[in-house]
Design a protein around this ligand. Structure first.
Ligand code: ZN
Length: 168
């Protein structure tokens, strides 16, 4: 009888501990997941070569630039979102696309700030701010501070680094 009581006590205590402490643990895990939701995608150059066209590889992995007015999204007016051509992360909305007259698709803001990363680029004899995908590191283009309202920014992107998805 005493042994039975002890077993019951242990089970009840265990359930109590689980009920009181588990939700805290679970909610912390969930919020951590939400914060780092985009994660990181790392591939070797060989792996990227297999999934990207040579031009995409040059732009996205070697920081090349497509010829102005050559890209399929420069003059494109479709309504939807532009994702990273490397990993599919959502980057820009057609709602923030504007005609910059530069020959490259231009946006005044990303959809979600932490979906893009920036880095100072001192090549080409000038200081520019390089823009890349926060998840796979693909080079996308540059951002300049001569854009329109409301941000005053001009995200000058390479068409080949983007993939358009129609709004449904
Ligand atoms: Zn990406």
């Amino acid at each position: 009888m005493r042994k039975y009581f002890l077993t019951t006590f242990i089970i009840v205590t265990a359930i109590f501990v689980a009920t009181v402490f588990m939700p805290t643990g679970l909610s912390q895990t969930t919020s951590n997941k939400t914060r780092g939701a985009i994660g990181r995608i790392e591939k070797s150059n060989e792996e990227w070569r297999r999934v990207l066209t040579p031009q995409q590889f040059n732009v996205m992995r070697e920081r090349g630039t497509e010829e102005p007015y050559s890209g399929k999204y420069n003059d494109f007016k479709g309504k939807g979102v532009y994702t990273c051509a490397g990993c599919g992360l959502t980057l820009f909305s057609s709602a923030t696309k504007f005609d910059s007259g530069t020959g490259w698709p231009s946006f005044y803001a990303p959809i979600v700030a932490n979906h893009i990363g920036t880095e100072t680029d001192s090549s080409m004899g000038e200081q520019r701010t390089e823009v890349h995908c926060a998840r796979c590191g693909a080079h996308l283009g540059h951002v300049f501070d001569d854009g329109p309202a409301p941000t005053g920014l001009r995200y000058c992107m390479n068409s080949v680094a983007l993939k358009f998805k129609n709004k449904r």
